[in-house]
Design a protein around this ligand. Structure first.
Ligand SMILES: [Zn+2]
Length: 145
């Protein structure tokens, strides 16, 4: 690990301890050149997987989520920054639900956010995502708004 103060390539680990859950390691490091100390954290990076209705697992695709939401807002008043914030909020909520998540749960999460943000985008997304079994389901959704 490079020293963040003087950029020396090699630094020494002076202390290393796991957190209580054992899922992250905190290391105290010392630079032999400038003698300053700093801390690093080591944590496993978990991929996010989507479980399709068929049971098939697919790696989560942020781009796909972004496109889906962007399409729902097509022609509506929402700038790039607002869109990014909205998608990130949804993504963060999805991530908190675990490493393996059902596609329906993603759909429901998106819908709950869109419902608060824009009713037209909500209905557009709902009509694409929910695969309404018949027209009365869609009418029920509209009536609930
Ligand atoms: Zn240094």
């Amino acid at each position: 690990m490079v020293c963040p103060y003087c950029n020396k390539q090699e630094t020494n680990v002076v202390d290393s301890r796991k957190n209580n859950e054992g899922n992250s390691i905190r290391r105290r490091r010392e630079c032999p050149k400038c003698n300053l100390r700093f801390t690093t954290y080591e944590k496993a990076e978990i991929g996010l997987f989507v479980q399709k209705r068929s049971g098939e697992l697919q790696e989560f695709n942020y781009e796909k989520l972004f496109k889906g939401i962007e399409n729902a807002f097509g022609g509506l008043d929402l700038n790039e920054k607002q869109l990014k914030t909205l998608v990130d909020n949804i993504y963060n909520e999805i991530k908190e639900k675990g490493a393996k998540i059902k596609s329906e749960v993603i759909g429901e999460t998106v819908l709950s956010h869109l419902k608060e943000t824009n009713k037209v985008a909500y209905l557009r997304f709902a009509s694409v995502y929910k695969e309404f079994s018949d027209a009365s389901d869609f009418e029920k959704e509209v009536a609930e708004l």
